[in-house]
Design a protein around this ligand. Structure first.
Ligand SMILES: *Cc1c(COP(=O)(O)O)cnc(C)c1O
Length: 378
C-alpha cells in the first residue's frame, strides 16, 4: 500500500462526503446471529405477509432454467403487460431495479449542483439520498401540524412555496411512508396544475394498491394532461416481490427516453421480469392481500386506541405510533422478543416507530409484546 493514511473522504464528490446511507429494516438472519433468538417476525419493511403470488413463483421456477442468458434489456413482455393493464403506450414505461432505481434516474437526469429538489419533511428517506448524491440542494417543506387531520402529512402550500427558479424536481409520496398520510385528487391536481412544466413532478405511488379512499387520485389519467408528471410504482409491496427488486414509472415518452439513457442495460433481471408479469395478472392475490391488510390495520389501530398509544392514521400497509418510552428502547425490547419493527426518529419523528401490518397472528404477537413492554392493556 502506497499511502495507507490517505483521506479518501476528501476525494469524494461533495454530495457523497456528507451522505448518510439508507438504514434498512434489520434482516431476520442478522437478528438471529446477534441476539440468538428464533421464531422471528419482521414487520419492518412493509413486505406482504401473504408472500408472493403463487403465479409469480411458478413463473420464476420456469425461468431458472435460462439463467445463463442475459435478461431482455428492454423488458418487452413486462412493459407490454403493464401497458395493457394501464392503457398506456409502452414507450411511457421505464423499468427499474425497484422503484428506488427510478428515483435515482430522475435525480441523475434532472438534478445537478445549483439545482434543487422539493419534498416534504417526514417524506420517504430515499429522496434526500438520491438528490444529495448528485450535489443538488434539498428544499424541504414544513409538513402538516400534529393536530391536522393528516398529521405530519405533505402540506402542498408549503411545498409550492419551496419551488423557485432552480427547482427541477418535486417528490411527492402518496401515500407517504412512514406517515401513511395521503393527498386527495382535487388538491393534488390543483398543485400539479400550478407547477411550471419545466419542473418534473415525481408522484411515488408505492402503496397505491392498498388505498381504498374514494378521493384518492386516479393519477394515470393525468399523464396526458401533465407531461412533467412521473408516476412511480413497485412490485415490492402488495405484489410481494421485494426480494427481486422490480418497479417502474409511467411518464411522457420523452421523459422515459431520458430516464432510459442513464439506466444500466440490464438493470432488471430475468426472474424479476417474469415474476412481475405473472403477479400483475394475479388479481386474486392482490385482493386477498388488500383485505388482509385492512383487517390487520383495524386490529392494530383498535388495540392502539385501547392501549392509549398515539398513532398516525395510515392508508398504507404500515402504521407509525409512539408510546411514552423512547423509540430505541421499544425497538430493542421488541428485538429481544424476536419482533423487528422500525424506529423512525431519523424521519424527524422523535419517539415514533413504524410497524408493518402483518398476518393476524403476527399482529397479535406484536401487540402482546408491546403491551408487556409499555405496561398497558388492550
Ligand atoms: C418501499 C418504497 C419505495 C420503493 O421500493 P422499491 O422496493 O425500491 O420499489 C418507494 N417509495 C416509497 C414511499 C416506499 O415506501
Amino acid at each position: 500500500m502506497k499511502n495507507p493514511c490517505h483521506n479518501f473522504s476528501a476525494l469524494a464528490v461533495e454530495g457523497v462526503r456528507t451522505l448518510q446511507p439508507y438504514a434498512p429494516g434489520k434482516p431476520i438472519d442478522e437478528l438471529e446471529r446477534e441476539y440468538g433468538v428464533s421464531n422471528i417476525i419482521k414487520l419492518a419493511s412493509n413486505e406482504n405477509p401473504l408472500g408472493s403470488s403463487p403465479l409469480a413463483l411458478a413463473a420464476c421456477q420456469a425461468a431458472v432454467r435460462e439463467l445463463q442468458l442475459y435478461p431482455d434489456g428492454n423488458g418487452f413482455a413486462l412493459k407490454q403487460a403493464l401497458a395493457d393493464k394501464y392503457h398506456v403506450d409502452s414507450s411511457c414505461i421505464t423499468l427499474g431495479n425497484g422503484s428506488n432505481d427510478i428515483l435515482e434516474f430522475v435525480a441523475r437526469v434532472f438534478l445537478s449542483p445549483g439545482a434543487n429538489a422539493v419534498f416534504s419533511r417526514h417524506a420517504f428517506a430515499v429522496y434526500p439520498l438520491v438528490c444529495q448524491a448528485v450535489g443538488a440542494d434539498l428544499n424541504v417543506a414544513a409538513a402538516n401540524a400534529v393536530d391536522d387531520v393528516m398529521p405530519y402529512g405533505h402540506n402542498l402550500e408549503n411545498m409550492r412555496a419551496q419551488v423557485n427558479a432552480q427547482t427541477r424536481v418535486i417528490f411527492i409520496a402518496n401515500p407517504n411512508n412512514p406517515t401513511g398520510t395521503w393527498l386527495d385528487a382535487s388538491s393534488l391536481e390543483s398543485f400539479i396544475r400550478d407547477i411550471p412544466e419545466t419542473v418534473i413532478i415525481v408522484l411515488d405511488e408505492a402503496y397505491v394498491e392498498y388505498v381504498t379512499e374514494k378521493e384518492y387520485p386516479k393519477s394515470l389519467s393525468w399523464l396526458q394532461k401533465y407531461p412533467n408528471l412521473v408516476i412511480t410504482r413497485t412490485f415490492s409491496k402488495v405484489y410481494g416481490l421485494a426480494g427481486l427488486r422490480i418497479g417502474y414509472s409511467l411518464s411522457h415518452p420523452d421523459v422515459a427516453d431520458l430516464l432510459n439513457r442513464v439506466r444500466q442495460p440490464f438493470n432488471t433481471n430475468t426472474l424479476a421480469q417474469v415474476a412481475a408479469e405473472a403477479a400483475l395478472a394475479d388479481q386474486a392475490h392482490i385482493e386477498r392481500s388488500v383485505t388482509a391488510n385492512s383487517d390487520g390495520m383495524q386490529q392494530i389501530s383498535t388495540a392502539f386506541k385501547l392501549m392509549g398509544v398515539e398513532f398516525i392514521p395510515s392508508v398504507g400497509n404500515f402504521i407509525s405510533f409512539r408510546t411514552a418510552l423512547p423509540e430505541q428502547q421499544v425497538y430493542q425490547a421488541l428485538l429481544q422478543e424476536g419482533i423487528i419493527i422500525r424506529p423512525i426518529g431519523n424521519y424527524d419523528l422523535p419517539g415514533y416507530l413504524r410497524v408493518t401490518i402483518g398476518s393476524h397472528e403476527q399482529n397479535e404477537r406484536f401487540l402482546q409484546a408491546l403491551m408487556n413492554i409499555t405496561g398497558t392493556k388492550a
